[in-house]
Design a protein around this ligand. Structure first.
Ligand SMILES: N[C@H](CCC(=O)O)C(=O)O
Length: 279
């Protein structure tokens, strides 16, 4: 498929508005690049899904993004990066970046006592713990699963006093362990930064993996000769749920109301292996 004006976009996806924190970094660091954003809003939150559901969702999204002729994909979702990276690398022949490794790398360069707040699926996968310890086994890592955060952000309840109460509870064991670094292990969480920062001791550095993953994307585009020299096209926003809801929620971070399309993802056959395994 040929894209508008022949320009290939970078595809980024999340379950909902969390990926906007990656999009903001793309606007900052790669202002000439055109972006296709997909939010799987009909099926969020991902963090309480099973690993096989998450892999299946990512497979469908990747197939659709490839159909749209994107030149690179950034998985702007920690849960997808933690659970589906292996599948993506095995099944799709396109540059794909996840947020876990860049986030872990930023953390080990910053501190030794590292806290990770993440969705239940990401925390259970131990993706951050494993990545951090592989890079520096002298680090100490504490992970906290925060199931309430994504629904609260998607319900636009960031400034609700209840959100602050929940955040206090999630952060308490990390503060007790005297962490020096905190990874926002879900792309929705930087949207909660004002609340989180108000609860964290001043000496704790927070890490938003979006900054690093976009820097890595810039390097990779350069290396592959895929940088866009011209002017970026307006970002194309697509969702699987109600477009109006996404538009109304995201305006506060985008600064303008985006035009949002509802799309249907293709159904992808599971995998040759699972089809054959029944024979
Ligand atoms: N923002 C995503 C997904 C959160 C969810 O839908 O639970 C992440 O980074 O994990």
């Amino acid at each position: 498929m040929t894209t508008d004006s022949g320009q290939q976009r970078i595809g980024i996806f999340d379950s909902g508005v969390g990926g906007l924190t990656v999009l903001t970094q793309l606007y900052r660091q790669l202002p000439n690049e055109s972006i296709l954003y997909f939010g799987d809003t009909a099926r969020l939150p991902y963090g309480t899904r099973t690993p096989s559901e998450i892999v299946e969702f990512v497979r469908e999204i990747m197939a659709w993004l490839v159909e749209q002729d994107v030149k690179m994909v950034i998985m702007a979702c920690n849960t997808s990066s933690a659970l589906a990276m292996e599948m993506v690398q095995a099944e799709f022949d396109i540059p794909v970046l996840g947020v876990i490794l860049p986030g872990a790398q930023a953390a080990v360069q910053q501190g030794k006592r590292i806290g990770v707040i993440a969705t239940p699926a990401t925390a259970a996968s131990n993706a951050y713990r494993n990545a951090i310890l592989e890079m520096d086994d002298s680090c100490l890592v504490w992970q906290v699963s925060c199931p309430a955060f994504v629904p609260l952000v998607e319900q636009n309840r960031i400034h609700d006093p209840y959100t602050c109460e929940v955040a206090r509870e999630y952060l308490a064991p990390l503060i007790q362990q005297r962490i020096d670094t905190l990874i926002y292990g879900c792309t929705h969480y930087p949207l909660l930064a004002p609340v989180l920062r108000s609860l964290l001791p001043a000496g704790v550095t927070s890490i938003d993996p979006a900054v690093r993953v976009v820097a890595a994307a810039a390097r990779e585009l350069e290396l592959l000769g895929l940088r866009n020299a011209g002017t970026a096209l307006p970002t194309r926003f697509c969702v699987s749920g109600p477009p109006q809801q996404f538009a109304e929620l995201s305006v506060q971070w985008l600064g303008c109301t985006p035009a949002v399309e509802k799309i249907s993802l293709p159904t992808v056959l599971r995998s040759p292996v699972s089809l054959e395994s029944g024979e």
